[in-house]
Each structure stands twice: as structure tokens, then as C-alpha cells.
Unconditional design. Sequence first.
Length: 102
Amino acid sequence: MKEKTETEYFNENQVKLARFAKALGHPVRIYILELLSKQTCCYSGDMAEELPIARSTLSQHLKELKNSGLIQGSIEPPKIRYCLNKDNWQLAKKLFKNIFES
């Protein structure tokens, strides 16, 4: 018997919402999202100066947020600039609103 895949059990919005929720599961990531929501973009080096964590740890948190689609990064050697992914940010707000209001 063939095992069902995730997308056969859950719809696309459920999968996306779970990915967003996982990305929101750490206070550092919440801080990063709050920071980015208040400005156009931010360089990872600037964030590293504000947070009491190692740069490698910050990099892992940024990677998780980027993998979820909530942020996007562009390389501007020698720096990396991060911004909210506005489309996915709006989608996350809509999906969370839907689940909390149901």
C-alpha cells in the first residue's frame, strides 16, 4: 500500500500555515520579523550588533525565516540584505486570522 504524501492529507493553506507557524516558534525570529516590519530592509550585520547571539545562530534563524518564505534576502557583497516577503507576510496574516476567527 502506497503511503500518502503530506499534500494528499492537507490542503496548501494548511501546509503554508504550518510552515509560517514553525518559523514563528522562536523569540529571536519574532524579533527579526518585528524589526523588518518597521523598516524597508536590514543587513544581517546590523541585526548581529543588536542581538546577544552569535552570528552563526543569527544566520540559522534568518535561514529558517527565509525557508518559510516570510523574509527574502539579497546578497550585496560583502553584506546580505533582508526584507519581509510582503506577499507571504500578507498571506500569513490572512491564514492566521482565518484560523483564529473560526
